[in-house]
Design a protein around this ligand. Structure first.
Ligand code: ATP
Ligand code: LTN
Length: 327
């Protein structure tokens, strides 16, 4: 079975883009793969966070992943900071990456424009991400489209390291879904739906109640020409609604477009489909959240299983680069 690894930041409320672009597939494919998923709390520190909120969100995201279908018995679910080898390998990756290639990362360029204080961690973020992936001999990384460049960097770093020090890392590849890889904000459909965009009316949260989902989709920005066709450039708002409905019903957006002549019924069907798709997750989350110790227990077991893989891998890396033995 192929080793699969992916991560999610505990930085805000999980939204429909996270779900359709990443999390839904993690759950669907966990039994066909050797799956490891990680709540990347260290990545969250690249931007200052309220400590109590970071703790609460780490637990919440963990339970949401389980509510979305991840089975911590069958796969590994853990928090990045519980396995110190991530930061240890991140240093080696910082020394493998060049300043130039980190400067070319689009996410860094965008996030550093918005941040009042640009931390050094925001710049080296992709080196930590490469460490996350390479530590587990990962073959496939299921992510949304925005992470393509980071995973390509991880590939380059693995190849560079292997060239310098001998075969050490598996060279990973990203797996990006054909539909749903880039869900856009409903109010600003040229920007991706994001935890950090601060657009409450444009973001569907996985825990939104049916009324909120219906309202947000009904008020989603479209255009005035009234023609239903899938055209990302000319009609980004409508294309986004078609992508959402297509992703939820496992169809192609072009095929969905052919079924409609008006925006109203398309919006109504998209809202109903999203409500139905999220219902089981919401019910399961309510049950899990009733137990205050649930997330801790899941993460503790996950960290033990993750360390059993990460510790020997890191020992191999230390030996390869010429660090002397600790024992
Ligand atoms: P932030 O806004 O804080 O950067 P985010 O909303 O982009 O957060 P992440 O935790 O960075 O979410 O991403 C988790 C996963 O969800 C990643 O695989 C990412 O590619 C995917 N993802 C995020 N936003 C979208 C989106 N709008 N459409 C599809 N996939 C997405
Ligand atoms: N940078 C990613 C989160 C992330 C990740 C990873 C994804 C951290 N480490 C390893 C895949 C593999 C993001 O912002 N979505």
């Amino acid at each position: 079975m192929a080793r699969v690894f992916s991560g999610i930041q505990p930085t805000g409320d999980l939204h429909l883009g996270n779900y359709l672009g990443a999390v839904r597939r993690w759950a669907a494919e966990q039994h066909e793969h050797d799956a490891i998923h990680c709540v990347v709390d260290l990545h969250a520190l690249t931007i200052p966070r309220d400590p109590a909120e970071l703790r609460a969100k780490t637990n919440e995201v963990t339970l949401l992943l389980v509510a979305a279908g991840l089975d911590p018995q069958a796969m590994i679910l853990f928090a990045q900071s519980h396995v110190p080898e991530h930061t240890e390998l991140a240093w080696v990756m910082e020394c493998t990456a060049s300043h130039g290639e980190l400067s070319r990362m689009v996410q860094f360029k965008e996030k550093s424009k918005q941040a009042a204080h640009v931390s050094a961690g925001l710049f080296t973020y992709p080196a930590l991400q490469a460490a996350d992936v390479l530590l587990y001999d990962t073959e496939e990384v299921p992510v949304g489209d925005d992470q393509r460049q980071h995973i390509e960097l991880a590939r380059d770093l693995a190849e560079r390291f292997n060239g310098r020090y001998g075969p050490t890392f598996v060279v990973p590849k990203h797996t990006i879904p054909p539909v749903g890889a880039r869900i856009m904000d409903l109010q600003e459909p040229t920007k991706k739906m994001s935890k950090s965009l601060d657009s409450p009316q444009g973001t569907i949260l996985v825990l939104d109640d049916p009324k909120a989902i219906e309202r947000k989709i009904k008020r989603a920005v479209t255009d005035s020409d009234g023609e239903v066709r899938y055209d990302i450039t000319e009609k980004p708002g409508l294309a986004n609604l078609l992508s959402i409905l297509a992703a939820v019903t496992d169809e192609q957006p072009e095929a969905v477009a052919e079924k409609y002549t008006q925006y109203g019924p398309l919006k109504a069907d998209a809202a109903a489909a999203v409500v139905e798709a999220l219902r089981p997750l919401q019910e399961r989350y309510a049950e899990l959240a009733a137990d205050p110790g649930a997330a801790d227990a899941i993460l503790r077991t996950g960290a033990e299983k993750a360390r059993a893989i990460a510790t020997p891998k890191m020992a191999q890396v230390r030996d390869a680069v010429g660090l002397t033995s600790r024992h």
